[in-house]
Ligand binder design. Sequence first.
Ligand code: MD3
Ligand code: FE
Length: 231
Amino acid sequence: MRSSNHNHETEGHNPAAEVSLFPELTPPSIESLAEGVTLLRAFCLDQAPALFEAVSSIETTSPFRHMVVPAGHTMSVAMTNAGELGWTTDRTGYRYSPIDPANDRPWPAIPAVLLDLAQSAAAGAGFPGFTPNSCLINRYAIGARLSLHQDKNEQDYGHPIVSVSLGLPATFLLGTLRRTDTPRRIRIEHGDVLVWGGPARLVYHGVAPIAQGGHPLTGPFRINITFRRAR
Ligand code: MD3
Ligand code: FE
């Protein structure tokens, strides 16, 4: 159930376990960035390879693709989904759909390792009993970005959104409820998990263009996995 292995207090004696001289600097840490925004730094570091494997299994049946937004341009971020409902966009609009339009089949089920992580992160941020039915996976190549937007296609804003970052780091743009307010810039790294709920659920947010780099697990990509209760 618990997702991090850095917490030693429930483990039995293990002479091989690493011990930090500076335990207060040892991840994971829990940090409130704003009302309703909880950053769980390095929360999923230990499971990262298994999470990335789960993403690889999803993309074998529902591959990453660059979707078109109603305004007509193609997103720089490549996307796929798992779960009962997947978020899609095309010229006709944004929607949640039970069927992947690329193969006319249901999206793959959310792998247990992903679902367990989403639920333990939500609980750690004060949202016990989170039952996501939608898992959107965003893949950023170098230079890809996500412009400032709100997530408004879900039915009930009472449910939080959990987001998991793997691979290349990103500068996350954390805005307010007003589009014109200058967003804060937050550096998000491999293994970080963010939980957005309550008053933060409708804030504007985005991702600055991904900087050049390489990551041992994901290579030239950043992977972001968001868990939602869409309906
Ligand atoms: C704040 N994804 O998929 S994750 C998205 O890093 C999206 O790929 C970004 O924005 C990414 O819609 C950001 C963090 C996130 C996700 C959803 C939110 C922040 C949010 C919904 C409401 C408020
Ligand atoms: Fe979003």
